[in-house]
Design a protein around this ligand. Structure first.
Ligand code: ADP
Ligand code: MG
Length: 400
C-alpha cells in the first residue's frame, strides 16, 4: 500500500486517536453481530502492546447531529472491553472540555471511547472546528474505519489536517485486497455482480469493463440487461431508464471480447413472498405478470466452469432475493463455487456478505470487505476521502 500505516509511525507511549467503524447492528440495545468490533482488534492490540493510550471513536446509525439515546456507544464499549480484556471508559460526549479532560488523563494502555460521532452536527459536514477538537485529544491519528472511508467527515478526513494520519491494519487489508483486483489481478478476472439495482452498480461495471475478462450478472439488475436484449420479463424489477446504459455496456463488452454471462434460466414467482409458487423457466418464457426472483440451475451450470478457472473473483450483490429461502439457491450456489475455487476471492456489499456469513463460509474467501458502500466506491475507481487523507509511505518513520 502507498499509504503509511501504524508500522510507519512511532506510537510508543503516545496518545492515539483511532477512528473505527463500530456501526454494528443492534436489537433492543444488544449487539447482534460484533464482526466489525473484532475486525479492529489487531490494530487496537498492536497499539496497546506499545503502551499507547487510546481515544477510540465511531459513528453508529444515523442520529443526524443530535443525541439519540438508543444510539449511544455504551454497549459497544462494553463489548470491546470484553474482547480486549481490559476496561474501556465511556466519555461524557464526543468533544468539548470535559471529554478532552478525560483524554488528557489517559495513562499508557488505557482506553477512552468517545460518544457516537454523529451526535455532533459538525461530523458529517466535516467541520474543521470539530476536527480540531478531536485532534486535540491525541498525538497521532489512526484510521481503521474502512467502512466510513467514502465519507469526508470530520473524523475521517478533516482530522488528518491536524494530526499525522496513518492507516490501521484493517484499513490496510481492505485497500490491499481491493487494489489487487483493480491493479494486478491474477487472470482471468471474473466479476460477479448482482443485487437489486443496476443504477447503484453501473459505475462499478464501467470501471471494471476495461479490466475484467468476464462478467457474471445476476440479481434484480440482470432483468434490465435481459430487457435490453429484448426479452419479456413480466412484472420483474427493472430500471427502464438504465436500458440504454445496459445495451451500451453489452456492446462495449462484446467489442472488447469480454464475456458476459446473463441468466439463461430463472426462478420466477407471481409475487416476492416466502410461500409463493415458483417455477424455473428459460429467460424467453417468463410468464406474464410473474417476477424473476433468482437465477436458475442451468445458469449456475454455465457459470461454474468460468468461476472455477478464474484467477480472481470479485463478487458484489446477491443473485436473487436471497432473504427468502426459496429464492436463495442461486446466491448460495455461487457462494459455494467461489468458496471452493482456487481464485483469489473478494466479496463486498452488505447483503452479499450477509449471505456468506449466514452460510458460515465467510472464512473460505480471501477477503470479505467490512465496508459495503466504501468497497463499491473503491471498485468504481474513485478516490475515497478517508484514504486520500492519510500520509504517503516514506523511508523511515513518520515524525509525529
Ligand atoms: P449488496 O448489499 O451486496 O451490494 P444490493 O444491496 O445491491 O447488494 O442488493 C441486495 C438486494 O437485492 C437484496 O435485498 C435482494 O433481495 C435484492 N434482489 C436480488 N435479486 C433480486 C430480484 N431478482 N428482484 C428483486 N430484488 C432482488
Ligand atoms: Mg445492500
Amino acid at each position: 500500500m502507498q499509504k503509511a500505516t501504524i508500522r510507519d509511525i512511532d506510537v510508543d507511549g503516545r496518545r492515539v486517536f483511532v477512528r473505527t467503524d463500530f456501526n454494528v447492528p443492534l436489537s433492543d440495545g444488544r449487539i447482534t453481530d460484533d464482526t466489525r468490533i473484532r475486525a479492529a482488534l489487531p490494530t487496537l492490540r498492536y497499539l496497546l502492546d506499545r503502551n499507547a493510550s487510546l481515544v477510540v471513536a465511531s459513528h453508529l446509525g444515523r442520529p443526524k447531529g443530535k443525541v439519540v439515546d438508543s444510539l449511544r456507544l455504551a454497549p459497544i464499549a462494553e463489548r470491546l472491553s470484553e474482547l480486549l480484556g481490559r476496561p474501556v471508559e465511556m466519555a461524557p460526549g464526543v468533544a468539548g472540555a470535559a471529554v478532552r479532560d478525560e483524554a488528557s488523563r489517559l495513562q499508557p494502555g488505557e482506553i477512552l471511547m468517545l460518544e457516537n460521532l454523529r451526535f455532533e452536527p459538525g461530523e458529517e459536514i466535516n467541520d474543521d472546528e470539530l476536527a480540531g477538537q478531536l485532534a486535540s485529544m491525541a498525538d497521532v491519528y489512526v484510521d481503521d474505519a474502512f467502512g466510513a472511508a467514502h465519507r469526508a467527515h470530520a473524523s475521517t478526513a478533516g482530522i488528518a489536517n491536524h494530526l499525522p494520519a496513518v492507516a490501521g491494519f484493517l484499513m490496510e487489508r481492505e485497500v490491499e485486497a481491493l487494489s489487487k483486483v483493480l491493479q494486478n489481478p491474477v487472470r482471468p478476472l471474473v466479476v460477479v455482480i448482482g443485487g437489486a439495482k443496476i443504477s447503484t452498480k453501473m459505475a462499478v461495471l464501467r470501471n471494471l469493463l476495461g479490466r475484467a475478462d468476464a462478467f457474471v450478472i445476476g440479481g434484480g439488475m440482470a432483468n434490465t440487461f435481459l430487457k435490453a436484449q429484448g426479452y419479456e420479463i413480466g412484472a420483474s424489477l427493472v430500471e427502464d431508464d438504465q436500458i440504454e446504459e445496459a445495451r451500451l455496456f453489452l456492446r462495449q463488452a462484446d467489442d472488447k471480447g469480454v464475456r458476459v454471462f446473463l441468466p439463461f434460466d430463472v426462478v420466477v414467482a407471481p409475487e416476492v413472498a416466502p410461500a409463493a409458487e415458483t417455477r424455473i423457466v428459460a429467460v424467453n418464457a417468463v410468464p406474464d405478470g410473474w417476477k424473476i426472483v433468482d437465477i436458475g440451475p442451468q445458469t449456475i451450470d454455465r457459470i461454474e466452469p468460468e468461476l472455477m478457472r478464474a484467477g480472481t473473483v470479485v463478487w458484489n450483490g446477491p443473485m436473487g432475493v436471497f432473504e427468502i429461502p426459496a429464492f436463495a439457491e442461486g446466491t448460495r450456489a455461487v457462494a459455494r463455487i467461489v468458496a471452493a475455487s482456487n481464485a483469489f476471492s473478494v466479496v463486498g456489499g452488505g447483503d452479499s456478505v450477509a449471505a456468506i456469513e449466514e452460510m458460515g463460509i465467510a472464512d473460505q474467501f480471501d477477503h470479505v470487505s467490512t465496508g459495503g458502500g466504501a468497497s463499491l466506491e473503491f471498485l468504481e475507481g474513485r478516490g475515497l476521502p478517508g484514504i486520500d487523507a492519510l500520509r504517503e509511505k516514506v523511508e523511515g518513520k513518520i515524525a509525529g
